[in-house]
Design a protein around this ligand. Structure first.
Ligand SMILES: Cc1cc2nc3c(=O)[nH]c(=O)nc-3n(C[C@H](O)[C@H](O)[C@H](O)COP(=O)(O)OP(=O)(O)OC[C@H]3O[C@@H](n4cnc5c(N)ncnc54)[C@H](O)[C@@H]3O)c2cc1C
Length: 449
């Protein structure tokens, strides 16, 4: 039996796993990362296809926080990539028109007068009460008319559930506090008092994956990343996890550790752990839900398609919810004189959309793009489909009680730490993953004796 020993094992070499490895190795700790894929980066990877580059859904960097901004620059110092600053350009595609989002005073003119009136009435003469669901949260802020027009179908498309069954936690985190004074003020600048709508963002010249590549370069010679690792079981003695059994190729190996950090989704983690009797682990497992993503990457024989970074598609008769044109983020993403689109279709693992043939998915997307006069079919040069499980934690109404039960069960193991987006089942962006990594490393070092 092949045995390995380390101070800390990290499950997953996505952004969070790599940041934690960087922070720990800089303090002199011995670290091994186990990654199921053959590449690092997880959700923040950039793939090469046919001379083009694609993020798994365009990833922007909000660098308003000085410490975070300096950390990103430190990481990129390990690679030759550079940061490009952008003023966000995004629109809602509705009734064949691009409507500026978030709305500004000038952008309001692209909306129908009746919609503007509905918005103003919904905002200023609105008696709807706030509540725990996303629908209540939205209706109490923008009114029923605008909710039904722009948000209802989009929410259903993205989350697979109506807004009255989704927790308002997501909106609280991402859209933040909208109040009447700030709205009026921001209409003149743009509604940008929150991350999701922040006006300025940064992007890496050759794709967001360069951030994780930079971290891998920083870790070279300091930490080992074991790729294509299949974890079989994590063994324990009383309330300490002791070692894990995993295979890489044919041979099963035993990896002994003092501490274990998990950045992988909670479902596989629960499967590797010794079962919990009360409440049964199976019940806990089934309460953790996700929204999965099918990405269709398309290359085109034309110079440019749109002027935006993102376009949102709320209408139910369009199969995708969002698309981005990587060329507008960086010329490093495309072949000269050509362009590409990254189209995002939200679904559930193993549902009918997930299980469609790649060619059916490409046909469905190009047909819809052509019907809406965004491109013509003969401009399409090549396409690649990628399926991304565990893309979004699904924060359904009532999820937090169940999540608390799961984390309570996991807290029995006092050398197990949960970090990052899927590790904690939180709707974290990259900045929040860095915060989560720092907190985890502090806890681990404080408890390490
Ligand atoms: C479509 C989309 C767009 C986004 N846009 C932005 C954006 O614009 N700006 C922003 O800041 N953030 C954005 N995010 C969020 C950002 O991608 C995540 O916050 C971040 O990548 C999460 O990193 P992580 O390491 O915590 O998780 P992950 O990236 O999920 O990493 C987990 C790693 O664990 C590995 N793994 C999983 N299961 C196992 C297993 N059983 N055994 C071993 N390894 C395993 C995975 O392969 C992966 O490498 C976006 C996310 C998505 C899905």
């Amino acid at each position: 039996m092949f045995k390995i020993d380390t101070h800390t094992v990290i499950l997953g070499a996505g952004f969070t796993g790599l940041v934690i490895a960087d922070l720990l190795t800089r303090k002199g700790y011995d670290v091994i990362l186990l990654e199921k894929e053959s590449l690092p980066g997880g959700l923040s990877r950039t793939i090469d296809f046919d001379g083009f580059r694609f993020d798994l859904g365009g990833h922007c960097l909000y660098l308003n926080d000085k410490e975070y901004s300096e950390y990103i620059k430190y990481i990129l110092g390990g690679s030759s990539d550079i940061l490009i600053r952008h003023d966000r350009k995004s629109s809602i595609f509705f009734d064949g028109k691009l409507l500026r989002y978030p709305p500004s005073i000038l952008g309001l003119f692209s909306y129908k007068k009746s919609d503007i009136l509905g918005f103003l009435l919904g905002f200023f003469v609105n008696t709807a009460k706030n509540g725990p669901s996303l629908e209540e949260w939205l209706v109490s802020r923008v009114g029923k008319v605008i909710h039904n027009l722009y948000f209802r179908d989009y929410t259903k498309k993205v989350w697979g559930l109506p807004a009255n069954l989704i927790s308002a936690d997501w909106a609280e985190q991402r859209i933040g506090k909208i109040n009447k004074i700030s709205l009026v003020k921001n209409l003149f600048k743009e509604m940008r008092n929150n991350k999701e709508n922040s006006r300025t963002f940064y992007y890496t010249k050759n794709g967001i994956g360069k951030i994780c590549d930079g971290l891998v370069d920083r870790l070279s010679g300091k930490a080992s990343i074991l790729f294509n690792a299949k974890i079989n079981k994590i063994e324990h003695h009383q309330n300490k996890l002791k070692y894990l059994r995993f295979t890489q190729g044919e041979e099963e190996k035993h990896l002994y550790f003092k501490n274990i950090v998990s950045t992988i989704p909670l479902i596989p983690l629960l499967d590797y752990l010794p079962p919990c009797k009360k409440p049964s682990v199976l019940d806990l497992r089934n309460t953790i839900r996700y929204r999965d993503l099918v990405l269709v990457f398309m290359t085109f024989n034309k110079k440019s398609i749109l002027n935006e970074h993102w376009v949102y598609f709320p209408q139910a008769d369009v199969p995708f919810a969002r698309l981005s044109e990587p060329k507008n983020w960086s010329l490093g993403m495309v072949e000269q004189d050509k362009t590409s689109l990254c189209v995002e279709l939200f679904c559930n693992f193993n549902d009918s959309l997930w299980n469609k043939q790649d060619s059916e998915l490409v046909d469905m997307v190009i047909d819809s793009l052509a019907q809406n006069s965004i491109v013509t079919k003969n401009e399409l040069s090549n396409a690649l489909v990628m399926r991304l499980p565990f893309a979004y934690p699904l924060l359904y109404l009532g999820y937090s009680d169940n999540l608390n039960k799961v984390t309570e069960f996991l807290s029995y193991f006092n050398n197990l730490y949960l970090a990052g987006r899927n590790g904690t089942h939180s709707y974290y962006d990259l900045k929040e993953c860095v915060d989560s990594s720092k907190n985890t490393v502090n806890d681990l070092i404080n408890n390490d004796h």
